[in-house]
Design a protein around this ligand. Sequence first.
Ligand code: GL7
Length: 829
Amino acid sequence: VSGEEKGRTVRFFEMMDGFLKNDPVSLQKDILDHVEFTVARSRFNIDDFEAYQGMAHSVRDRLIERWHDTQQFFKKKDPKRLYYLSLEFLMGRSLSNSIINLGVKDQYMDALNQLGFSFEILAEQEGDAALGNGGLARLSACQMDSLATMDFPAWGYGLRYQYGLFRQVILDGFQHEQPDYWLNFGNPWEIERVHVSYAVKFYGTVEEKHLNGKNCKVWIPGETVEAVAYDNPIPGYGTRNTINLRLWAAKPSGQYDMESFGTGDYINAIIDRQKAETISSVLYPDDRSYQGKELRLKQQYFFVSASVQDIIRRFKDSHSSFDKFHEKVALQLNDTHPSLAIVEVIRVLVDEEHLSWKEAWDIACNIFSYTTHTVVPEGLEKIPVDLLGSLLPRHLQIIYDINFSFTEELKQRFGLDYDRLSRMSIIEEGAVKNIRMANLSIVVCHNVNGVSRAHLDTLKSKVFKDFYELWPQKFHHKTNGITQRRWVVVSNPGLCDLITKWLGTDAWIREVDLLLGLREHVENKELQLEWRTVRRVNKIRLVEFIEAMTGMKVSPDAMFDVQIKRIHEYKRQLLNILGIIHRYDCIKNMKDSERKRVVPRVCIIGGKAAPGYEMAKKIIKLCHSVGEKINSDPDIGDLLKLIFIPDYNVSVAELVIPGSDLSQHISTAGHEASGTGSMKFLINGCLLLATADGSTLEIIDEIGEENMFICGAKIHEVAMMRENGEAPKLPLELVHVLRMVRDGYFGHEEYFKPLCDSIESAGDFYLLGHDFPSYLEAQAAADKAFVDQETWTKMSILSTAGSGKFSSDRTIGDYAAETWGIEPCRCPF
Ligand code: GL7
């Protein structure tokens, strides 16, 4: 192609605003082409799933087009890039989100209508990408959306698990786990990059060698596995920028071990090689306990090593030395799961790129930042030294070297304070020696962030107290946020249109603070009526969903009171259920005249328990047993229902949240680092019943306590009660409710005994006894407010109006300016 022709081609593309056209006729053709040629089905006989696939592939083309443009543009501009390392990304579905962010939703709706398909039905065909457990993983997904939308030159890196988070199946009220083989029907949202692959090494020995006049450490690995890239384009909203989430899959290495193939045992040699794939096969389903398993450590190193190689390769493409590395690269560790990246960067720079230790150390200290999501020291990740030493012998040496310099620094600063030294050391001594991954991260990272203001206080005063005394300047917080694109625009289109109408602009979808403008209309009767109508439509959708999932018919006139999140003792679903039993018991004992005044409730609980978490599983069973009793009691009718929604995931949340009136976030104060579910409910105008914990404290600041139902002990009160070892006397209402459970009112009394014991005889660590009365008061206040629909609607509007701070756009803006030092890099349209 001659220069002149090349110029012509470029001009031609510019005129077309890209290669692909987005008018409904072109879209129809593309969908049908994909059905015929990609899915290989006849275009004359298409079912919904095939139509979904055809559509998804046509959207994918458009994503790829922008993805290319963005990457080219970044390459040309060479800005400082952010690399976001996370072992978990909870993406959910992609179709709706993609067409909205690409700005082609209306055109697709037209195209599908003309083809005779309903967009809603096609969207339902897609399964969730559930490559994560809970809040931490969904946070990474929300942050990717904000990074793209705000034009930041960012990349995400993670693992492409073949099995995502288990599916929860309920049999006779008990949770059972089933594998989530989510790739069964193909995944149109990823692009396999067979040519982007790296060798990742494990095991072996380290030898001392004399090379080029220097003593060097040479790692002779014992096993090599190939990491192959799968790219997932992440489109920004209102921008051409489409960034990349690169997930690694493990494949057998291309290097053959001639010996095992030479012995003639050809079949076994192949089977052995195939085992490499197990590294990326399954997501660990515990969201906060670390068992020191070899496979988990392999996963961590595998994804870190491939990512670091990729980042260094990209940098070296346009730089001949590492002088500017720290000006071009920022690496963010989402919790300590990827913290081996620190060690890997140092290893590569020293052993392979032959930088001095000092140079490598300075680079590492400049580029890494770390966010912790944990509130208790026991929650911090530890890796047994023996395990790490056998899997990654050279890395263990580097960790010891880092720890040696660090402890020397400590001695200079604090003298021979052995208690302090042993608390702060990266190596934990004891029967089993462990590496404290958080200590390693704090020692090297220039910035350590908590996820809410209250969380930072806990870090400073408890979890990382010693480190805070040493380096106060390192510690900050960036309160978490959620993306309004997925959590309103995609999941609540009715509310989205209403907000846009009343603000007179849709600019709030990128500039979320504009939501504040709703405050000036809060008294407007017309808005209130429209607001209620939209919420009612969402409730009816939820009613239909509940019937489809559980066979239960519930009334949309009732207050929908929802608690959906992972099941944990500290999140206190048990408090909720015991409160429901109390309500049930009260209604049973009421006279008819009193019953008339009861506000009907549909209580909805959903969430998964980690497979080995017995207490959490008992809570799920209790919920079912109580539900069975209440829901079948003719005496109660529509006054109270308890529904457990099985297999809670992102798509379920998208449906449930817009249809809820009240949502509960009732962790024992001091236990929730932030909490992000609350923010999704808040922006959707659902009122919060919450304890003063994590980010709730900041929500109170934004919308005022008078627009919420706050209960329970405060963080400092919990700390005091625990210090004093006080076991407060249990309130009578609670004793009565527990007696009902113990006496077998809901059956299974033996099975539920440990739940009752945890409150009555095992010290009530989570303070259900203390908080029960104020919890009931908050519930009563919610009832009272609900009766007056006008007041309720105003509170709801004010919740949405005041939710702007809790957008991940704000979080990412703060990280960009204060932690990563990156600037927007906007690809021209
Ligand atoms: C968590 C915290 O528990 C949660 O409060 C926080 O909102 C979230 C994101 O920062 O991180 N920590 C954690 O290990 N998981 C969380 O959800 C699984």
